[in-house]
Design a protein around this ligand. Structure first.
Ligand SMILES: Cc1cc2nc3c(=O)[nH]c(=O)nc-3n(C[C@H](O)[C@H](O)[C@H](O)COP(=O)(O)OP(=O)(O)OC[C@H]3O[C@@H](n4cnc5c(N)ncnc54)[C@H](O)[C@@H]3O)c2cc1C
Ligand code: SF4
Length: 274
């Protein structure tokens, strides 16, 4: 209850405008940090939603922040719970993209110090030190990197399970297997979630001071997320071309005049941390 009160008093008001942003020095930002309490049953989703609604009714938080937060709990959390039971046991075996690469030791061991890419090093260190990071680093830094590298989705799910304080099978499985690794071939989401460095640059301050540059796709300072994105589009060209939400990515790849060089640059990180 104290954590819920603290959130509604101090952070809920900023949730709407900032929920998708990442800051190196402020991993929590406007997030509630309530997932482990909710999953353990220490807080009831209804009382959390009611507390947020009361904050709006009493003028302590604007409607866009309260609506965004309520949607996470009454929307996403419930959706994920229902999907878990609807999809059943075989869901964890799915591997629609045929990704089989084992996770490297530096990732398994949360060795943030071995990583040069500032976004990934920062987020790995957050997980190592606290067992938590918010939704966007999970999806667009950790999960996206695994997807781009073609890591085995079951290994990725096990890793998330082991490393996060709020890791429960029912919530981890759809979020990792479906949402982040697209291993279900689109049963949960309408497209795979991954991006080049430009997205991370737009949503965070993590590219400032990084040894790589988000816009570079070849050369010494090529961003591993940017090369990884194009490599992913190349490997799954047929699938992405057939999906109206991702067909433009394939057109974008076809417009690159240096595509071969980009793909060669990307191999740099097959054996070494980025
Ligand atoms: C790859 C990946 C793995 C994840 N694994 C877990 C997990 O093991 N356990 C877990 O509780 N959440 C998981 N999530 C969802 C989400 O990232 C966390 O619930 C959230 O970051 C927890 O921090 P918070 O309490 O500050 O959340 P806030 O951002 O403050 O959101 C409020 C609440 O909404 C709920 N919520 C928001 N998004 C989701 C979602 N996608 N699925 C289910 N509930 C959601 C959570 O209960 C959360 O506490 C995962 C997301 C991704 C992309
Ligand atoms: S330049 Fe690329 S690797 Fe560096 S922080 Fe930005 S997205 Fe991450």
């Amino acid at each position: 209850m104290a954590a819920l009160r603290r959130f509604t008093e101090h952070r809920l008001a900023g949730f709407g405008p900032h929920e998708d942003a990442m800051l190196a020095a402020d991993p929590v930002m406007s997030h509630s940090l309530l997932s482990s309490s909710l999953n353990l049953g220490l807080l009831d989703p209804f009382e959390v939603v009611t507390a947020a609604e009361n904050a709006w009714r009493t003028g302590r938080a604007p409607v866009n922040s309260v609506e965004g937060f309520v949607r996470q709990i009454a929307g996403w959390r419930e959706y994920v719970w229902q999907l878990y039971w609807y999809f059943g046991e075989e869901y964890r075996q799915l591997n629609a993209l045929h990704h089989r690469t084992p996770l490297p030791d530096w990732f398994l061991e949360l060795d943030a110090d071995a990583v040069t890419a500032r976004c990934l090093a920062t987020v790995l260190a957050q997980v190592r030190d606290t067992g938590w990071t918010h939704h966007i680093p999970r999806l667009m830094v950790l999960g996206s990197f695994a997807l781009q590298r073609g890591w085995d989705p079951r290994g990725v799910t096990d890793w998330f399970h082991r490393c996060f304080v709020d890791g429960y099978d029912w919530v981890m499985l759809p979020n990792v297997t479906g949402m982040s690794q697209y291993a279900d071939g689109g049963r949960m989401t309408t497209k795979p979630y991954t991006s080049g460095g430009a997205y991370i640059h737009r949503m965070s301050d993590l590219c400032d001071g990084c040894s790589y540059r988000p816009g570079d796709r070849t050369g010494e300072r090529a961003c591993p997320y940017t090369t990884g994105y194009w490599s992913f589009v190349h490997r799954h060209r047929a699938l992405l071309a057939a999906n109206h939400r991702t067909s433009r990515a394939v057109q974008g790849l076809d417009r690159l005049t240096d595509a071969d060089q980009v793909l060669r640059t990307n191999h740099r990180w097959d054996e070494h941390p980025p």
